[in-house]
Design a protein around this ligand. Structure first.
Ligand code: PGA
Length: 259
């Protein structure tokens, strides 16, 4: 982390934890964070499933747990005939601060395109929340030497055409698909090089101010053991954590990781 950006460590719980289990997990997190604290210059968000949001919100607000509430997805319309969907407006009412948009699992299993992700980002911003926009390449794309063009293209498709101020306030998570849930973490060099390329691309379409303030997370099999070195990389401003965020001790280990 450099240039005074606040790092953001986010726990993506995916489709895990019913609301009883979610309450237990947030209580464990609360106890550990009360004991050890969140390091200065670092912020934490947790992203339960929709059915647990209200429960987790109440626990976080009642106990003053030092974490921001996050969601994993949203619809781009505020309301209407979209059976089974949850709108950004509804999330904002639950005091959600961060919403993941375009996670690779949504792109792969639910056909989400850059255009759709862009519309979700519009809705998230319109309701005063911050999007965490996920981008990343497949192993085939990396092997073919297309990783950088693929990822910078995704970033531009979703974020270009907005003011530098708006772009500077978002979070982009670089999550190479081959590292998600596989136990295979990108090397610090791979993560740093891609985050540097993303920052340069943001500078190209949104200006130097946006490039300096946008926060870039790395995600993909992050553990307490790998977190410190990743967070220490110049252009890596945070981590998006899946599996390890379901274990309070391991997640707090990542939150507190130092190089
Ligand atoms: P993982 O998931 O840490 O389990 O690899 C990361 C993510 O999908 O956000």
């Amino acid at each position: 982390m450099t240039d005074g950006r606040v790092t953001l460590v986010s726990g993506n719980w995916k489709m895990n934890e019913n609301h009883f289990e979610a309450l237990k997990l947030v209580q464990e997190l609360a106890a550990l964070l009360r004991a050890s604290g969140v390091p200065k210059g670092r912020e934490v968000s947790i992203h339960p499933s929709f059915t647990s949001l209200r429960t987790v919100q109440t626990a976080v607000e009642t106990d003053h747990v030092p974490v921001a509430l996050g969601a994993q997805n949203c619809h781009f319309e505020d309301r209407g005939a979209f059976t089974g969907e949850v709108s950004a407006e509804m999330l904002a009412k639950l005091n959600v601060s961060y919403v993941i948009a375009g996670h690779s699992e949504r792109r792969t299993y639910f056909g989400e395109t850059d255009l759709l992700v862009r519309r979700k980002v519009d809705a998230i911003l319109a309701h005063g929340m911050r999007p965490i926009v996920c981008v990343g390449e497949t192993l085939d794309e990396r092997s073919a030497g297309e990783a950088f063009s693929r990822v910078t293209h995704q970033v531009a498709e979703v974020l270009s055409g907005r003011s530098g101020e708006v772009v500077g306030g978002v979070v982009v998570a670089y999550e190479p698909l081959w590292a998600i849930g596989t136990g295979e973490t990108a090397s610090v060099e791979d993560a740093e090089q891609m985050c540097a390329a993303i920052r340069e691309e943001v500078g190209r379409f949104a200006g130097a101010g946006a490039a300096a303030s946008i926060r870039l997370q790395y995600g993909g099999s992050v553990t307490p053991e790998t977190a410190g070195a990743l967070l220490d990389a110049k252009n890596v401003d945070g981590l998006l954590v899946g599996g390890a965020s379901l274990d309070a001790e391991r997640f707090v280990g990542i939150v507190r990781a130092q190089a």
